[in-house]
Design a protein around this ligand. Structure first.
Ligand code: B16
Ligand code: MG
Length: 218
């Protein structure tokens, strides 16, 4: 069997941490008099922490100094980390484990490519960090998705060219990043939202071994 590079996004693909980001951001937004809804939270998926704060401040047309922003970013991350500290394996999204198991059993390259600076502690909390040969996260890259840097770096570290790399992503920017890198993009989530993806599934539970074999052998 050929060996390919399988690169996973974290939030929205392996675990649903968007709900924890939401609670932590909402606390700050509401204190600043900014209405912050679940719809607004969608705008932050796959977006870096600093850019997320700028988007929230923009919603309320709130201006702030860099010192104020730094304090809010630190507070938000403390709240978020307190929430994820309680995560466990039961928060791994449906269908992810069988895919990781099959890839491992078939000697495929497995990488994480996430915008989050908290990717490593989250993978440790849910007990799957040992599946990943390579982890590239928000601490390792200068350019956020849709810049392909995070995925290009992951493929390089796995020693695979773009044409042998497959990216699982739940955000539009992430799908665009994979496409810009000329990797095979697999959208996890709503097909209309992720219509730029080469393949699309509502969740990993819909991905079967035949599809994985096709990816490896194509
Ligand atoms: P942190 P992903 C992204 O992770 C999240 O989707 C996004 O909502 C978050 O703002 C970003 O990570 C940064 O996270 O504050 O933990 O560094 O989807 O790229 O895995
Ligand atoms: Mg994501």
């Amino acid at each position: 069997m050929k060996q390919k590079a399988f690169i996973f996004d974290l939030d929205g693909v392996i675990v649903d941490t968007a709900k924890y980001h939401y609670v932590a951001w909402k606390k700050i937004a509401n204190r600043l008099g900014i209405d912050f809804t679940h719809e607004h939270n969608e705008l932050l998926k796959g977006v870096s922490r600093g850019r997320s704060l700028d988007i929230i401040l923009g919603l309320g047309q709130v201006e702030a100094s860099q010192a104020e922003k730094d304090a809010w970013l630190a507070e938000k991350n403390d709240d978020y980390m307190n929430s994820v500290a309680n995560m466990a394996a039961d928060e791994i999204l449906d269908g992810v484990m069988p895919v990781l198991e099959w890839l491992k059993a078939n000697n495929q390259g497995i990488a994480l490519g996430s915008a989050s600076k908290n990717a490593r502690p989250i993978l440790e909390r849910v007990g799957i960090i040992h599946y990943f040969d390579v982890i590239v996260d928000g601490n390792d890259v200068a350019n956020a998705k849709p810049d392909p840097e995070v995925f290009v770096r992951a493929a390089q570290l796995l020693g695979k060219p773009a044409e042998d790399s497959i990216v699982f992503e739940d955000s539009i920017a992430g799908i665009q990043a994979a496409n810009i890198a000329h990797m095979t993009s697999v959208g996890i989530g709503d097909a209309n939202t992720l219509h730029e993806a080469k393949h699309n599934f509502n969740s990993f539970a819909e991905i079967n071994i035949h599809f994985l074999e096709t990816l490896v052998n194509s």
